[in-house]
Design a binder for this molecule. Sequence first.
Ligand SMILES: Cc1cc2nc3c(=O)[nH]c(=O)nc-3n(C[C@H](O)[C@H](O)[C@H](O)COP(=O)(O)OP(=O)(O)OC[C@H]3O[C@@H](n4cnc5c(N)ncnc54)[C@H](O)[C@@H]3O)c2cc1C
Ligand code: SF4
Length: 344
Amino acid sequence: MKHVVVIGGGVAGIETAAQLSKSGHWVTVVEKSNQLGGKLNDWHCLFPDFSLAKEQLDWLQSQKHQADLQVLLETKVTSVNRTNGRFAIETSGKDKLEADAVVVASGYELFDARRKEEYGYKIYERVITSADLEKRMNNGELLRTPEGAPNRVAFVHCVGSRDEKSGNHYCSKVCCITGVKQAIELKKLSPGTEIFCFYMDLRMYGKHFEELYRTAQEKYDIQFIRGRLSEAAEKIDKSVQIKAEDTLSGRPLKMNVDWLVLLVGMEAGTGTAQAASVCGSRCESSGFIATADEHRSTNLSSQEGIFVAGSCTGPMSVTDTILHARSAACEVNDYFQKLEKSWL
Ligand SMILES: Cc1cc2nc3c(=O)[nH]c(=O)nc-3n(C[C@H](O)[C@H](O)[C@H](O)COP(=O)(O)OP(=O)(O)OC[C@H]3O[C@@H](n4cnc5c(N)ncnc54)[C@H](O)[C@@H]3O)c2cc1C
Ligand code: SF4
């Protein structure tokens, strides 16, 4: 029986671990927080089908009961040393593990919207991020004003992505469709609320995304304005005045909204930096872990026997993360088979 250590217990880590244990391997998941599930613990319902994040997570986790799998919570891997094809691993909990392969599934972190000072996040009461909105919806907390449901809500796309100033040149892929999904959810809760989405361009790359975008316009009357927000300012009644340029008509635009939602992007973050560093895996300039090849070997890192799964390699949806995790498990099995053949 082979032993695989998986670093990170989000969607990618859980699915990789489940697949590997189904193949007959013993798996240890090392998760730094106090629970499995990663970001999905905070999401309410998922694009593109509005299925509950909790249900998806329960399903993913239900696989682990059949499995030969141990989970170390509130633990980090502190050292990884490879000798004669085997890994000696130490953790912050002083565990000493021996493993035949390692899978890094340490995920991403949210862009800190305070870095875009012009939007007033954490300064103005009614400026929140898409992640904050998900958490609110998960807790049944609605967006309100003292008068009741908001009259107007605006979403800002590309906050911390495709942006020279924040140093992130890449597209975070999931925020356009997250904005569409959240705007529809708000409309379902309060049909009278006017919703405006300010975008540079819209990237509806996935299955059913374009259809959802059409539904947002045709059924829910959500307005999409091509324009970049230059600033936001809080008014005395706590509403937010925003200034933008409508780049299609070339006209400046000023609008008062009750809530401003910033669609924050995905960054590799300190968790992935730490995991990559102890494993000696190379990272790209974006901070995400570099893979051996962009087409054929997207689960191989720069180190033999160390594999990667999920959004630690770049922004991706839950659907793509599950697929990437499954292919990571296939690559690990392939690696073990090749090792066995080389010993014959
Ligand atoms: C606002 C927002 C909304 C979204 N909504 C949707 C949606 O509706 N539908 C959809 O398909 N996708 C959605 N996504 C994308 C979704 O969140 C990701 O696809 C998914 O979380 C990726 O899973 P992961 O396991 O790769 O990473 P994560 O969820 O980030 O999990 C990584 C895990 O690794 C742990 N970890 C990190 N570093 C270490 C370390 N060094 N040692 C040990 N453990 C570590 C973390 O604590 C975490 O538990 C959304 C993203 C955002 C930003
Ligand atoms: S998915 Fe949309 S909002 Fe997100 S970075 Fe890409 S273009 Fe911007």
